[in-house]
Design a protein around this ligand. Structure first.
Ligand SMILES: Cc1cc2nc3c(=O)[nH]c(=O)nc-3n(C[C@H](O)[C@H](O)[C@H](O)COP(=O)(O)O)c2cc1C
Length: 204
């Protein structure tokens, strides 16, 4: 089957079905008025480590309203990304409804907002990894009304002591959740090692 993205009804479901599994950023942000917000985003990845850079793909509209996360990040230039792990997967899902801007999703999810050190948006205390970020830039996609790609720099990372040894993260303890298409998710239980080859043909 050949698919032209511009002429394929429901292409979003095909794309999110083949680019899998995706990590999930649990993003906390604060509005200009100080209202705390929390929502998940799986158009998310790390892009570079110097400067430490992450990206989020956020639609401007959530149906009847603008997405609070993007509006807050644009208004304040700050946010926190927490890693979604098994223990908080259901709490994460509970924050994904299109709540009005004055709803604090930490309360909805029963999660604990812990003060950050460098930004106003709080950490998710129950997540083993939290990244305090500042906005680098929002790249508009399309005609500028649909999606923004948020490029953020990690200012400070908090990692729970029991999942890190030196620079090595213990994934069996971290238990990250992956997003597949729609309502499907996966765990990271079945891991294996593959050693990267060295190119040895320089001729010297
Ligand atoms: C696992 C998961 C991943 C999601 N990923 C994205 C995403 O990458 N981009 C996006 O615009 N919305 C995504 N959503 C939908 C938002 O979380 C949802 O629209 C939310 O209400 C936005 O909240 P806000 O208005 O407080 O920012 C995702 C939802 C779930 C459950």
């Amino acid at each position: 089957m050949r698919i032209d993205p511009k002429n394929f009804e429901g292409f979003n479901r095909v794309l999110t079905g083949v680019v899998v599994p995706r990590p999930i950023a649990f993003v906390s942000s604060v509005s200009a008025d100080g209202i705390v917000n929390l929502a998940p985003f799986s158009f998310f990845n790390a892009m570079a480590y110097d400067p430490a850079t992450i990206v989020l793909g956020i639609s401007r509209s959530a149906g009847w309203k603008a997405k609070d996360t993007l509006a807050n990040i644009e208004a304040t230039g700050e946010f926190v990304v927490s890693v979604v792990v098994d223990d908080i997967a259901e709490a994460m899902n509970s924050t994904a409804a299109e709540f009005p801007a004055d709803v604090d999703e930490f309360e909805i999810a029963g999660l604990t907002a812990k003060p950050s050190e460098l930004v106003r948006a709080p950490l998710v205390a129950e997540s083993p990894v939290n990244m305090e970020c500042k906005l680098n830039q929002v790249v508009e996609i399309g005609d500028g009304t649909n999606h923004g790609i948020v490029i953020g720099e990690i200012l400070l990372m908090h990692v729970r002591d029991d999942i890190i040894n030196g620079h090595r993260i213990n994934h069996r303890r971290l238990k990250p959740v992956g997003r597949l298409a729609g309502n499907m998710y996966c765990k990271t239980d079945d891991v294996y090692e593959m050693v990267r080859p060295q190119y040895d043909g320089r001729g010297d």
